[in-house]
Every structure is written in structure tokens, then in C-alpha cells.
Design a protein around this ligand. Structure first.
Ligand code: SF4
Ligand code: SF4
Length: 58
């Protein structure tokens, strides 16, 4: 599974980047997930207080 951040919902709190075990989430203006690094664990989605992270259909 891949996950994406809805930038319209994201509050830029940074929690998802903190919990990601492979450091796939970085902030370059907006928070984004590097699909080449993401292993689909879902921790970021579970940790997001605004529920801005969704599974992306491949
Ligand atoms: S699903 Fe897991 S590996 Fe992928 S960005 Fe979220 S925390 Fe990181
Ligand atoms: S945890 Fe959610 S609100 Fe916080 S930076 Fe990540 S996507 Fe945005």
C-alpha cells in the first residue's frame, strides 16, 4: 500500500514524519510522502491528528 497526504487537510504538525520508520515523509514547503521509500506500514495515517493521510489505490 502507498499513502498520500492531502495537503488541504494537513496542518503541518510533523507527527507523521516523526513516526515514519523509514523517514519517507519530509517537509519541502508541504509535507509529502516519498513513494519510493514508503513501505506502507500505515503508522503515519494512524498518527495524523487531522486524518489527512489516506491509502492510495495503486
Ligand atoms: S505508511 Fe509507513 S512507511 Fe509509508 S510514509 Fe507512512 S509511516 Fe512512512
Ligand atoms: S501528521 Fe497529518 S497533519 Fe501532521 S504533518 Fe502529517 S499529514 Fe500533516
Amino acid at each position: 500500500l502507498l499513502y498520500v497526504i492531502d495537503r488541504k487537510i494537513c496542518s503541518s504538525c510533523g507527527l507523521c514524519a516523526d513516526v515514519c520508520p523509514v523517514e519517507a515523509i519530509s517537509q519541502i514547503g508541504v509535507y509529502r510522502i516519498d513513494e519510493a521509500l514508503c513501505v506502507g506500514c500505515g503508522l503515519c495515517s494512524e498518527s495524523c491528528p487531522t486524518q489527512a493521510i489516506f491509502e492510495k489505490n495503486a
